[in-house]
Design a protein around this ligand. Structure first.
Ligand SMILES: [Zn+2]
Length: 114
């Protein structure tokens, strides 16, 4: 999925729960993309390039095959490193789940590498 994201006008903004690194901070008005519907991440917690997570993967005890499977899943997500809508907190959750899916590493081990 690739979208060049066009923001809605002020009047169309939607009130949504505002979350910062998993903590609810009440409702805030969020702009969204009128083309794909993605809601803009308005926190300062910005997405990291997917290469950052590939680098972390290289420090974890996983096989080349596992790395390839995880990389493929990240690629298929398409908007994994879309700075418009994804926060780095959400990326970490996705990354942890994918590593757990393909390896027997614990959440604690994976988090320790982040
Ligand atoms: Zn869009």
């Amino acid at each position: 999925m690739s979208c060049d994201h066009k923001l809605c006008g002020n009047i169309q903004k939607v009130w949504l729960p505002y979350e910062f690194r998993g903590h609810m901070k009440g409702l805030k008005s969020h702009p969204y993309c009128i083309k794909c519907g993605a809601v803009k991440n308005i926190s300062s917690d910005r997405a990291k390039p997917s290469g950052y997570f590939m680098n972390i993967l290289s420090h974890l005890p996983v096989t080349k095959v596992q790395v390839r499977l995880i990389a493929k899943d990240i690629e298929e997500l398409g908007d994994f490193d879309d700075g418009f809508s994804i926060s780095s907190f959400l990326q970490e959750q996705i990354f942890i789940n994918l590593v757990k899916k393909y390896s027997s590493l614990s959440e604690f081990t994976i988090k320790g590498a982040l």
